[in-house]
Design a protein around this ligand. Structure first.
Ligand code: ATP
Ligand code: MG
Length: 420
């Protein structure tokens, strides 16, 4: 019986892996330029980390986590996002004792039990950054700038940055009161989930995907209109930093973000041509997360997570192609037994000199070897026969122009170093 990959997962085959390598290399370069260093945390963590760090009332914790018991009866969860693990590592490795801020980036698979569709998988991947140890809005602006430079250098132009402030515990307390009063009056027209959230985390009602709920809460009070002085100041400073860097944005007071730990800045980068799953990057500030998962007081952070699959879809929608760099430079075609044997020594010598080269491994006919060379897009083909071998000669063919010339076998490396 055939065994398929689990629902919601995808193989990244050689037809695509070079694109992933390109994106990862580019992301690493940009992060490094901004002073962010890579961190790799485990794929699974204690379930409690996400319950506390992502939040009990979130969709992720309530219905999307891949949680299981291991053979030692421990409650573990495959990471559904990158931030909680990074912050746990920040605390556990005492990074707070270093000079701050701590600027980290990660590249990681994430796991969420969701209904698979285009741009939505059960195993997907994220690029992300976290800057911990300072609550200045300049780091919020830097995270947005980093994401935009990365996306811009990939060739993406049609992007919108939406920013909002979701306040802090101080202003959210009075705002939540206002919100609860407003929502109580709407209780009979809201969906069950909204009615549940109304009490526990009323701001999340704004995020409801049900159209009738949206129609009924058009005049819902929004956090950004009720910020305390400090939050207002933070938001204004963020805007002026973005202005200073010429980064265009608009304020979208309805962004609340799915995760519980956000405070103050929340932002999204949206591709204007991706349809339903249009959010490529989401992030914000999480003053309080470090404490919430058992770390010392006073370490706030800001970061983003970017969906790599969605990024690839966005690139496709924009007709931006990533070229496959894995082209074989030289394919050796042989004629005769002696040539076949000797070609292995020649191949080894080329490879020792860092020239990408290959030859037939299937006993193909002379003609079929040529055909294969064409198929793998080799830049050059070199033909070696038993007779030529004796004369230290081979025929070199440029596969693009069709040009041919005779070359010395003993001089191949020098010959190619000049050509490639
Ligand atoms: P959505 O509203 O689309 O479910 P989200 O708010 O759950 O997104 P975040 O938790 O902010 O998303 O994750 C950051 C990014 O990861 C998203 O902007 C998206 O690009 C990507 N992402 C999230 N869930 C998935 C998924 N199931 N499959 C592929 N990419 C995803
Ligand atoms: Mg989601």
């Amino acid at each position: 019986m055939k065994i398929s990959a689990p629902r919601g997962t995808k193989d990244i085959t050689s037809k695509e892996s070079f694109k992933w390598n390109y994106l990862e290399t580019k992301f690493r370069q940009i992060c490094s330029m901004y002073g962010y260093e890579e961190i790799r945390t485990p794929i699974f963590e204690n379930t409690e980390l996400f319950q506390r760090g992502v939040g009990d009332t979130t969709d992720i914790v309530q219905k999307e986590m891949y949680s299981f018991k291991d053979r030692g009866d421990r409650d573990l969860t495959l990471k559904p996002e990158g931030t909680a693990g990074v912050i746990r590592a920040f605390i556990e490795n005492k990074m707070f004792a270093d000079a701050q801020p701590t600027k980290l980036f990660y590249i990681t698979p994430c796991f969420r039990y969701e209904r698979p569709q285009s741009g939505r998988q059960r195993q997907f991947h994220q690029f992300g950054v976290e800057a911990v140890g300072s609550d200045t809005p300049s780091l919020d602006a830097e995270a947005i700038s980093l994401a935009m430079q990365f996306l811009g250098e990939l060739g993406l132009k049609d992007l919108s940055v939406s920013i909002n402030s979701v306040g802090c515990p101080v202003c959210r307390e009075s705002y939540n009161k206002l919100l609860k009063e407003y929502l109580e009056k709407k209780s009979d027209v809201l969906c069950d989930l909204c009615n549940e959230r109304r009490e526990k985390n009323p701001m999340r009602v704004i995020d409801c995907k049900v159209q009738t709920c949206q129609d009924n809460i058009k005049d819902i009070p929004l956090m950004a209109d009720h910020l305390c002085e400090d939050c207002q100041d933070h938001f204004e400073k963020l805007k002026s930093y973005l202005d200073e860097m010429n980064i265009k944005y608009h304020v979208d007071k309805k962004i609340v973000r799915g995760l519980d730990y956000y405070k103050r800045t929340a932002f999204e980068i949206i591709s204007n041509d991706l349809g339903a799953q249009s959010t490529v990057c989401g992030g914000g500030r999480y003053d309080g997360l470090v404490e919430q998962i058992g770390g010392p007081e006073g370490y706030s952070g800001v970061g983003f997570g970017m969906g790599v699959e969605r990024l690839l879809l966005t690139l496709e929608a924009n007709n931006i192609e990533i070229e496959n760099p894995n082209k074989t430079d030289i394919y050796i075609v042989t004629l005769g037994e002696m040539a076949k044997l000797k070609s292995f020594g020649i191949l080894k010598n080329l490879r020792d000199n860092h020239i990408s080269a290959d030859k037939d491994h299937l006993d193909r006919s002379f003609k079929a070897q040529f055909k294969y060379s064409n198929k793998i897009n080799a830049k050059y083909t070199i033909v070696i026969g038993d007779e030529e071998l004796e004369k230290d000669e081979a025929t070199l063919k440029n596969m693009e122009t069709g040009e041919q010339k005779s070359v010395k076998i003993s001089n191949l490396v020098e010959e190619f170093k000049g050509l490639l």
